[in-house]
Design a protein around this ligand. Structure first.
Ligand code: 2F8
Ligand code: CA
Length: 126
């Protein structure tokens, strides 16, 4: 199936890489305004697909947060983590307030302050 213009296609899902940056909640809303959600990364092939498209050293918000309960990482669709790709020593809740996850160009995940302005990736079904 086809993706909208400027959305990349992988395994029946479509992905949009923002060029703007915003705090996590605004990024989440932006995806939802398009009928999409912040990206949910379920397995290594999906991660590899995304990483191959990242052409910047900046990081991207994904749809993963532990704001509800510290240490309990939940995807924006309500599902718990099965696959993960945390960087070494992460998630570290640095400063005791890092509740939103970012994707780095090397495929590693980090927990970061949700108020930070970052790029983001939206996902929707084809
Ligand atoms: O070394 C990992 C560490 O790097 C930064 O803190 C120095 C990150 N902070 C922000 O992105 C705000 C930490 O989240 C990260 O764990
Ligand atoms: Ca961290």
């Amino acid at each position: 199936t086809k993706c909208p213009p400027n959305w990349a296609s992988f395994e029946k899902n479509c992905y949009f890489f923002s060029t703007l940056s915003a705090p996590w909640t605004a990024a989440k809303q932006s995806c939802e305004n398009e009928g999409a959600h912040l990206v949910i990364i379920n397995n290594r092939p999906e991660l590899k697909f995304l990483v191959n498209l990242i052409m910047t050293d900046r990081v991207f918000w994904m749809g993963l947060s532990d704001a509800g309960q510290e240490g309990q990482w939940i995807w924006v669709d309500g599902t718990p983590l099965t696959f993960s790709s945390w960087g070494k020593g992460e998630p570290n809740n640095a400063g005791h307030g890092e509740d939103c996850a970012t994707l780095h160009s090397n495929g590693n995940w980090n927990d970061a302050f949700c108020s930070g302005n970052e790029l983001w990736i939206c996902e929707q079904k084809c």
